[in-house]
Design a protein around this ligand. Structure first.
Ligand SMILES: C[S@@+](CC[C@H](N)C(=O)[O-])C[C@H]1O[C@@H](n2cnc3c(N)ncnc32)[C@H](O)[C@@H]1O
Length: 387
């Protein structure tokens, strides 16, 4: 088969929407920054596209091309690469090109027709693909070296993916003209810190510097070792207390995941004082309000310890969100991960807007607080911003 004939055939199959998936590899020039390109069809707003995933040395980039524009892209790809593996609905094709474009062609008819999956690879909850090996997930023991998610780590994998989805949503709120400074308070074993770094730095190619801070020395040392092994040179881990952390004057994004009790509030207050554009915080064990709650009108509920504990947690997060709303943020309470995985499933997401608090907001907040007899830690921390 001649080169032009081969190209026409591939294009014809793709235009007839027969492509299931393809990989184009073996760069003609060693200096080519792109090592491999994966192709798959996807539908975006009901329009058929070919999605290209460019694999660079350390990052992945994606591009979606409309079918009518794909001929140009194919030409460009064949100018750069010499190997093509394509799965079509009824046939598997392997092509090797010589330097002078002599075509070595192998094809195999499939016994059963393959169906085309047009779902966007950003399908809900799975920005990280289940079968792709990610070095950080292998190091953390979530995946096997071959990239299979371990059965007992599947919940963790889901949680990481959900978190990455929130990070992805927050991207537009991060600065583009300077390195992005990110802090993870109470980072613990740091699954999500590594996920955040992987997604923003490796996949999105952002210039970021990330610090994970935790009280536990051994855990921090372990995380620092993993970061070093992975070559994550802009990710550092420090031992310390959130309350004493005064190293920074400005931070763009603050993350806390299951930071115990008022550690979450400390982190939120730090974030506000730094003027962080993005706050993502999944609280944990909210005891403060549980101790303060005194609301005779709610006795019917609060006489049950279990209900009281849950109510206190929900009221605490509502208060936190409202305080953030009153100090120039748009805060939402969202489901982090479904209840089956963890009951600690509320995420406070706040984006900075700079909006001023209104007297109605202040009044509503005051009434709620009085009704519960609450004296929130976060309010005391941010008093100067609430006047
Ligand atoms: C439940 S763990 C969560 C760890 C991690 N973020 C995760 O989601 O897997 C809570 C972490 O917060 C840390 N922590 C609690 N209070 C802290 C404080 N005041 N300063 C720094 N870290 C704190 C604890 O040491 C612990 O590692």
């Amino acid at each position: 088969m001649e080169f032009q004939e081969m190209k026409d055939y591939l294009l014809e199959q793709i235009k007839n929407k027969q492509l299931v998936a393809a990989t184009i590899s073996q760069p003609r020039a060693k200096s080519n920054e792109i090592k491999r390109v994966k192709l798959k069809p996807i539908e975006i707003k009901n329009v058929y596209h070919i999605q290209l995933e460019y694999q660079y040395e350390r990052i992945l980039k994606h591009e979606n091309i409309k079918l009518e524009e794909f001929a140009i892209t194919l030409n460009e790809l064949l100018e750069q690469f010499r190997q093509i593996h394509a799965d079509f609905t009824t046939e598997k094709v392997q092509i090797q090109l010589s330097k002078k474009n002599k075509v070595m062609w192998k094809s195999e008819k499939l016994a059963a027709e393959k169906t085309v999956n047009l779902s966007h690879n950003r399908k809900k909850n799975y920005l990280l693909d289940e079968n792709t090996p990610y070095p950080f997930l292998i190091h953390l023991g979530v995946q096997t070296p071959e990239g299979k998610v371990k059965k007992q780590k599947y919940d963790k994998f889901k949680q990481i993916n959900r978190f990455v989805e929130f990070i992805d949503d927050a991207l537009v709120h991060l600065p583009k003209d300077k390195p992005v400074r990110i802090l993870d308070f109470g980072s613990g074993k740091s699954y999500l810190t590594f996920a955040l770094y992987h997604y923003l730095k490796i996949e999105k190619g952002l210039d970021i510097r990330v610090t994970g801070l935790d009280l536990k020395k051994e855990v921090i040392e372990e995380c620092a070792k993993i970061a070093e092994d992975l070559g994550y040179d802009q990710l550092e881990f420090l031992v310390g207390d959130i309350n004493d952390y005064n190293e920074e004057t400005a931070v763009d994004m603050v993350v806390t995941l299951h930071a115990c009790d008022v550690a979450t509030d400390m982190a939120l207050s730090r974030a506000v004082k730094w003027g962080a554009n993005v706050i993502l915080s999944v609280p944990c064990c909210q005891h403060e309000l549980n101790r303060q709650l005194d609301a005779p009108g709610l006795d019917l509920m609060l006489k049950h310890g279990l209900i009281k504990e849950r109510f206190a947690a929900l009221a605490t997060d509502s208060i936190r969100a409202e305080i953030l709303n009153m100090v120039g943020y748009e805060a939402q309470l969202l489901e982090f991960i479904d209840m089956e995985n963890t009951p600690k499933n509320i995420l406070i997401r706040a984006y900075k807007t700079g909006k001023k608090v209104t007297s109605e907001q202040l009044e509503g907040y005051k009434q709620f607080k009085q009704m519960l007899h609450a004296n929130p830690f976060l309010e005391n921390e941010l008093r100067e911003y609430l006047s």
